[in-house]
Design a protein around this ligand. Structure first.
Ligand code: N1C
Length: 244
């Protein structure tokens, strides 16, 4: 009856509104780690992929999927800190593919070029209290279920570390075809921009989708907001409207 369905809906594996864990999550992490350490950055061959995979799984397995903390990921981050050389970091917001192309063409690096960013890129994951398995049916959605889910907290803490360690002149690729190219609620806006410790200058590139009318520009109010955050941190700022 109705109560039975209600109970199933709110206690079952299907109760969350986000995409379930990626099939073979653990195997993919293990394989990506091997590929990264052996082929992509062979200088990182000494990294312990078994330990890294274990630390990733232990961070969220058997836990309430809405009670993620930064501390849960600390052991994992300690095994593979996301660092790139000074002057090489590229940040982005709502421009992922383009930013990656931009970085690649110039010998620069995004978070997905570091080991942990590479491992988790495009995957989803969450566990279930009282079970040693992942929930492949559904995972909490940031808006509809909880912001403190394991997926979101992972990207927040990893992005925070990436920004903290960035140094010299860095770049950010922003989307000028949306209302606020600088979105203070995005990870770039609420985490990275506030954690630039050793960055001397941030160069912003506003990219406009050729098929769409430009909706924001370097002189718009969202970019002014970014500029004022950086002024407060003594980071120099430049911005260019780049029509691809
Ligand atoms: O919220 P965003 O962008 O501003 O986050 C992007 C920002 C980049 O500068 C990265 O360094 O934060 C870092 N980052 C990732 O590298 C990343 N890879 C995949 C943040 N999030 C990342 N993801 C997933 O995309 C994650 O699910 C997160 O919520 C989105 C962020 O997309 P966005 O809004 O375009």
């Amino acid at each position: 009856g109705a109560i039975g369905i209600y109970k199933w809906r709110y206690t079952g594996l299907n109760r969350w509104h986000g995409k379930g864990s990626t099939p073979n999550f653990q195997k993919i992490i293990q394989e990506r780690c091997d590929t990264y350490t052996q082929q992509i950055r062979p200088d990182s061959r000494s990294r312990d992929c078994q330990g890294i995979t274990q630390a990733f799984m232990s961070a969220f397995i058997s836990k309430d999927p809405c009670k993620a903390t930064k501390e849960d990921y600390q052991p994992l981050i300690d095994l593979a800190y996301p660092t790139v050389p000074c002057g090489k970091a590229v940040f982005w917001s709502k421009t992922k593919e383009l930013a990656r192309e931009y970085a690649k063409g110039r010998g620069l690096l995004t978070l997905e070029d570091t080991l942990l960013g590479f491992l988790a890129d495009g995957l989803s994951w969450c566990g279930e209290p009282g079970s040693s398995d992942l929930n492949y049916q559904s995972c909490p959605d940031w808006k509809k279920d909880c912001s403190t889910n394991y997926f979101s907290v992972f990207w927040e803490v990893l992005s925070e570390r990436f920004a903290e360690n960035a140094c010299g002149t860095v770049q950010v690729v922003l989307n000028g075809s949306i209302e606020n190219a600088f979105d203070k609620m995005s990870i770039f806006g609420r985490v990275e921009a506030h954690n630039l410790r050793s960055v001397v200058m941030l160069q912003a590139w506003l990219v406009h989708d050729p098929g769409k009318p430009p909706r924001d520009s370097c002189s718009g109010s969202s970019i002014k907001e970014l500029e004022s955050i950086l002024n407060g941190r003594n980071v120099r700022f430049t911005c260019r409207d780049n029509l691809r």
